[in-house]
Design a protein around this ligand. Structure first.
Ligand code: ADP
Ligand code: ASP
Ligand code: MG
Length: 412
């Protein structure tokens, strides 16, 4: 008897009709002779709405209380789904992360899974029940409820598939798989049949929302194959796996974008050793993650300007920290621009091909889009541009690399 873990995202279980439909799919899976463990997200926009309400009460709610609050979204879905399955005559039990035995550290709002005690799930499965787990949450050794960071239900599913040694891990979402670009922006984006952990991790880290990066880390570490597919059809989706052998080398696998960022610039910094260490040391101490960094020195003037990007949520902390460091490094000004975005291309084939960066830059140039920052690594190239140009940029790059599904145009 195979064990199948299925995860259903928020859109897939938004409202009673969709919940009933998902219940039928789950029962079909069980009736084919499988044991099933289901992971659910909060319905629709519940998590965003809960955050909004909390912020109307106080702009800086306690992180512990935020986790108490946000975990309720997933708990709601799990109970609804269990009820829908009962109504169809099957046995099911809903469980919170804590009840399942997902033990995390104490980092509220972004907790790390320490271990999972599988006894409860195994007991329920042996009683022939469908187990429905509220995703995105766990419990500390002190029995405080934690959440695993936005999009964390993907991580719950992969982690459970790993510890339960599941035969399959299916992630059901509102698109039919992983595409060469966000299908909501690029109408001719192509579904990718198989993609390596390495490329998926880059795409996810660079903004492709479809899977949360931490889930791919765990999948890679424990060798869990993930099948991403649509909850609205039976179409085969995308398998995320270790090795992807292709008949022909693919240079660029996909385009991603990220609007959740701000560019901060420190102007007129003296050009002497130790300045960057002070700035980024102070940010590191405050646990601010810095993404891209550019330092430019004005010829002969003895001063530099240093620009870097951070996530939007880290702006306040960044500006406060910079105000403190400003005196120490005798900088003149600190400015920021929250109207920027990052567009990126990813592909393992870049290791062996040249001219990829210039092709990306020329795609942007042809659309008259200015590049503000560039960063490259072995298998990716990213450019910071104006946020308003994001969609145009993604489409232009996608077209330039021939990633679309127009006849005769494969990925190359
Ligand atoms: P869920 O609620 O099921 O977890 P998400 O909204 O988190 O779903 O992720 C699915 C969304 O990811 C899609 O609706 C799509 O707009 C977006 N997306 C971004 N990039 C990609 C991509 N390359 N392939 C597929 N979907 C993508
Ligand atoms: N509900 C949580 C979120 O919106 C977790 C998830 O959907 O995976 O981030
Ligand atoms: Mg998601």
């Amino acid at each position: 008897m195979a064990l199948i873990v299925q995860k259903y995202g928020g859109t897939s279980i938004a409202g009673p009709e969709r919940i009933k439909k998902v219940a039928r799919r789950i029962i079909d899976t069980k009736k084919r002779g499988n044991r099933v463990v289901i992971v659910v997200s909060a319905p629709g926009d519940t998590t965003d709405e809960l955050i909004k309400t909390a912020q109307q009460i106080t702009p800086s709610p306690s992180e512990r209380e935020m986790d108490m609050l946000l975990a309720t979204g997933e708990q709601m879905s799990s109970a609804f789904l269990a009820m829908a399955i009962h109504a169809l005559g099957e046995e099911a039990v809903s469980l919170t992360g804590g009840q399942v035995g997902i033990v995390t550290d104490e980092t509220f709002t972004n907790a790390k899974i320490r271990r999972i005690d599988t006894r409860k799930i195994e007991k329920e499965l042996s009683n022939d029940r469908i187990v429905i787990v509220a995703g995105f949450q766990g419990i500390t050794a002190e029995r405080d409820i934690t959440t695993l960071g936005r999009g964390g239900s993907d991580l719950t599913a992969v982690a459970l598939a790993s510890v339960l040694r599941a035969d399959q891990c299916e992630v059901y979402t509102d698109v039919a798989g992983v595409y060469t670009a966000d299908p909501r922006i690029v109408s001719d984006a192509r579904k990718i049949d198989r993609i390596s952990y390495e490329e998926m991790l880059e795409l996810a880290s660079l903004g492709a929302q479809v899977m949360v990066p931490r889930s791919i880390h765990v999948a890679n570490k424990f060798g869990v194959d993930i099948h991403v597919r649509s909850s609205f059809s039976d179409e085969e989706g995308t398998v995320i796996t270790r090795e992807v052998s292709r008949m022909e080398e693919v240079v660029v696998s996909g385009v991603a974008y990220d609007k959740d960022m701000v560019k901060v610039a420190i102007t007129d910094v003296p050009d002497r050793p130790g300045i960057a260490a002070k700035i980024f040391g102070a940010l590191g101490k405050e646990k601010v993650n810095v993404d891209m960094i550019i330092q430019s020195s004005a010829v002969g003037a003895g001063v530099n300007s240093i620009s870097f990007t951070v996530a939007r949520g880290a702006l306040r902390k960044t500006l406060d920290t910079m105000e403190k460091v400003k005196q120490e490094i005798s900088a003149k000004g600190i400015v920021y621009d929250d109207g920027v975005a990052k567009v990126s291309i990813v592909g393992v084939g870049m290791r062996t091909h040249s001219g990829v960066a210039s092709k990306m830059f020329s795609a942007l140039a042809q659309e008259n889009i200015n590049i503000e920052m560039i960063s490259t690594s072995e298998i990716k190239i990213s450019c910071v541009i104006k946020e308003k140009d994001t969609e145009k940029a993604v489409r232009a790059i996608h077209r330039k690399f021939g990633l679309g599904k127009a006849p005769g145009k494969g990925r190359k």
